[in-house]
Design a binder for this molecule. Sequence first.
Ligand code: ADP
Length: 470
Amino acid sequence: MCSKKEANPLHSLTFKLTLWYVGLFGALSLAVFILLYVTLSNNLYHRVDENLAREAQEFEGLYLKHGRKALAEEFNREAHSEGINRIFFRLVSPDGQILVSSNTTQWSGLHSRLKSPNLSPQDKVLFRTLALEVNHRRFRLLQKRLTDANVLQIGYALQKNEALMAKYRRVFAGTLIIMVVCGGIVGWFVARRAMSGVERVTRAAQSISRGDLSMRVPLGREGAEIRRLALAFNEMLEKISALIKELQDVTNNIAHDLRSPLTRIRGIIETTLTGKPDLPAYREMASSVSEETDRLINMINTMLEIAQTEAGLAKLSKSPVDARAIITDASELFEPVAQDKKIILEVDLPAQPLEIIADVPRLQRAVANLLDNAIKYTPEGGKVVLSARERNSTAVISVADTGIGILEADFPYLFDRFYRGDKSRSQPGSGLGLSLAKALVEAHGGRIYVSSTQGKGVTFTISLPLHSTS
Ligand code: ADP
């Protein structure tokens, strides 16, 4: 179940990624726009200054050549052609007296604003941006000291420039909003696409938690990370499925195979109890029940050992050992049984030691299980050969008999827990010996396999890595 917080799209990673994207995109666009705006504004004011300087140059030439009267005429002509509200020209004395001026009726408050030229003796030309006191209209002022120490003043209203800059600002703001919105939409789709793989894994996990273990995450094309996540998730699912199957098998085994001895025990008790009360019958019952329970305990212990060994939980105390010693011990142990059944037990060992790393009692148990089967499933007069040799850096131990053999159809199931071949039903057994041998051999890093020629017995082979001393 997901909490309210997790279900809220505002808490999703997709939303957060989109926010990041929009934030970064917006900040970058804003920086670009600010840079563009400052450059534009500088260019505009630079052009105004250039024009003012050019005009001042022309007026200076005229003044020096033709005097004040000609300057006054040119002032008025220029002011009228440009617009008397947009430009003014003045010639003032160093103490601020106006000597010549264009029409400045549209520039109220100008005289008080420019009482004196305010031009230091070392300044030849000075540009300033000022605002009129009355209506706060801003203008650019050029002051130029002429050779006779009088000062030429040209003022240019900045209204038009400011209106243009305000227009730029509006266009920039509008474009920025559109870009951020479009960026947000694109960011949302990109983030959604990137997260779709994670979404698939989540859907698979949800479906598994509802019990559908067959679900696998389809591999998309979002990128290597998501692909790896999906692969790791599918691999984990395979493992979980295998473990659950194992668990089901064990449960089924318990249900099937432990039930029969229990039913037998119950049957013995019931038969005895329904008969006449009789001490010898009770004794017999107690002895049978004890035998059956021993068998049951053995089976349970073996099952536990197999499960623990297969899961890698059994602690093996391994040490270097000569495989030939394990075989000799096993043959000595089974010699009396073989003799009882009139079976020849032959041992064939190499002259050189076969050093392997093993938990001796456990490996002995695996070999003993094979030897026990070989003697059990070989009729009187038969032969069992226990041999060892070195092959391709492995120690190969084999137990071959001339017994009843195994049908090829049984091969795939031989090492399954509780599996018993049809031909061997007449013999006692639990069907656990080979599974335990396999689990033990594999815990030693080895392999176990079987070969049989119908009617000519069977050979079980164990191969184990040789201990390399180099
Ligand atoms: P059990 O011997 O107790 O039945 P195992 O797990 O040791 O259980 O063996 C499983 C089955 O494999 C046996 O029931 C038998 O059918 C077959 N089998 C094992 N070893 C031999 C053998 N040497 N010859 C013939 N059949 C064998």
